[in-house]
Design a protein around this ligand. Structure first.
Ligand SMILES: [Zn+2]
Length: 298
């Protein structure tokens, strides 16, 4: 049965203290012991993982019932104009998909546009058209290589105004590829992009309804999410924070209430700075407590 899952993006500082070998091979058991059941393996600085290591990681994850996803390198830019940069983005995604297949991860999360889409004389619309065309090419290639049989591509909503990848753009990229591409909703990024826009339950519900209308109820049911407190400026995202900095939003309990009412079972990957596992545990407890209250109210 599908259930909501909570996990960490990368390793907490405390993980390195508890595991002197500092090997991510120990991450799944460590997360499981904390009551977590998802792990996003980060290849954000390049896919350098060996097949042997990936297969071992996959076995560990399976043994602990920890769901794996893989975060692709930051350098991907689907809207790139330069053919060499387009090829580099394709290679990053194909390598990420290959590693995901080795480890049994079901999703490859990636940033659709690391560059500024409004390059000189360019418009956001043109950048999106270029991104769609390159995405289609990458999917064709990945399909030929049989890399998309058990893994899907999950473009993430970005946090800065000058990056390609706001909610509409991510939906547009996914819409043409049902079964192959589904969004990653980074709530911190949406919050930063709206300069703190997610202030009440309804603000979260509106976003989920938009995704539901564009991509179907199933997509919302199993949505891949990132969540963490974030600091922002007028341009959007500044840096990820954590729950010890009480002044930073968004408020997870607002999202949790909507998920409970709608009975959605997403995966929530916490990307808090340094304490991603601890904050994921805190989110899980918040969710559990709110669910108990909800059930006693009805
Ligand atoms: Zn990301």
């Amino acid at each position: 049965m599908n259930r909501i899952r909570f996990g960490a993006g990368g390793n907490s500082q405390s993980f390195y203290k508890d595991n002197p070998k500092k090997s991510s091979l120990e991450a799944c058991r460590w997360l499981f012991a904390k009551g977590l059941d998802a792990y996003e393996y980060e290849c954000t600085r390049g896919v350098k993982i060996s097949k042997e290591f990936a297969v071992k990681l996959g076995k560990e994850a399976k043994a602990c019932d920890v769901a794996l996803s893989l975060h692709a390198p930051y350098y991907i830019n689907l809207a790139a104009i330069n053919p060499e940069k387009q090829q580099a983005s394709m290679n990053h995604l194909l390598k990420s998909l290959e590693a995901a297949n080795w480890m049994g991860a079901t999703k490859v999360v990636f940033h659709p546009g690391s560059g500024n889409p409004a390059e000189e004389g360019d418009t956001r619309e043109k950048a999106l058209e270029r991104a769609k065309a390159l995405f289609e090419k990458i999917i064709e290639q990945a399909t030929q290589l049989e890399l998309l049989e058990d893994v899907y591509l999950a473009p993430e909503t970005m946090g800065k105004k000058n990056q390609l990848g706001n909610l509409d753009e991510v939906i547009a990229l996914c819409k043409e590829h049902p079964g192959v591409a589904y969004p990653t909703i980074d709530w911190a990024h949406l919050y930063a992009l709206g300069n703190g826009g997610l202030q009440k339950e309804e603000d979260f519900a509106i976003i989920l309804e938009k995704i539901e209308q564009a991509l179907g109820d199933e997509t919302c049911q199993h949505l891949h999410c990132h969540f963490s407190p974030i600091e922002y400026t007028v341009g959007g995202e500044k840096r990820h924070r954590n729950l010890s900095d009480e002044i930073y939003g968004p408020d997870f309990s607002l999202l949790a209430k909507v998920l409970i009412k709608k009975n959605y079972t997403p995966t929530i990957i916490c990307e808090s700075a340094s304490t991603q596992a601890e904050d994921a545990v805190a989110f899980k407890h918040m969710y559990r407590e709110l669910k108990r209250q909800h059930l006693s109210d009805i």
